[in-house]
Design a protein around this ligand. Sequence first.
Ligand SMILES: [Mn+2]
Length: 331
Amino acid sequence: MASSGAHPEADNQQALERIAEELRSARTATVLCHVFPDADTLGSGLAVAIALKRWGVPVQVSFGEPLGLPEVFAELPHSELLVSPDAVAAEADVVVAVDSGSADRLGILADRMSGARTSIVIDHHRSNTRYGSINYVDPSADSTSMLIARLYDCLGETIDADVAHCLYAGLVTDTGSFRWCGPEAHLLAARLFGTGIDAPAITRALLDTHPFGRLAMLSAVLGEAQLVPDAADGQGLVYTVVRVQDMAGLPEDERETVVDIVRTTGEAEVAAVLKQLSPGRWSVSLRSKQSVDVAKVAKALGGGGHARSAGFTAEDDTAEHIVAAIVRELG
Ligand SMILES: [Mn+2]
């Protein structure tokens, strides 16, 4: 399955062309986004689905968890293509997983990959396990939506304003509002602007709009933050814990915004946010600035991700055990 060719770029171009062919000949299709979806997986998934819909191919888009689309994504074009996981056909001609580094990240929908004539993986996570029959994985890409733009070009399909809205959503969020990205991200952004999208409004809706209740949550959660100066060989770890009760009355995705504040701590190379999903069940976000590979740490603890942004889930009654495991893996 994994390509062992001497020319990964050429192999990848070939994979992209095969994906375009398979999509062109699909009779039915399912597009899978990762659990607890972000704007990159949803924008990428919807953009793939829009192309299929244009050609009259019946297509469903879904993600395994949580039930229902988080409010923040309500304005993404063609979100009516999203269906709940139990409504996803058991078998489809072509199944496409977007922005999901492993089959695990598809949650309860992981089995749909094996129910496909062709299973396709399009992703930019370095830790990608290449779990499709065709895998287009480019860790040098700043977002999966960037790869979907290449797919549109390969297909010769027009990126109209609806598609551009979806792609920009993934691009602006995965690049931290273009704070960490290469020139291709800026070039793509300029091209997407050219379709007439209201980019500032898309950014505001996705990144700069929060309920009032978030302020009290942040006050509680940030007040509990701890600094471990000795961790990561003296480069420092900062962490905090978001418990179920901190999130009372708030949409679940507000939990994901905490790490972006915690990670700005100057005294720590690594930031961790332990998010309690239910008693004993945790989702952990890891971030680093420039030297520590947090994907390695996440992988050692059963997760994955990028060198500067990764995560894992854990079953444990106490947050302290999870912090201890992170500190141990950081060395
Ligand atoms: Mn992504």
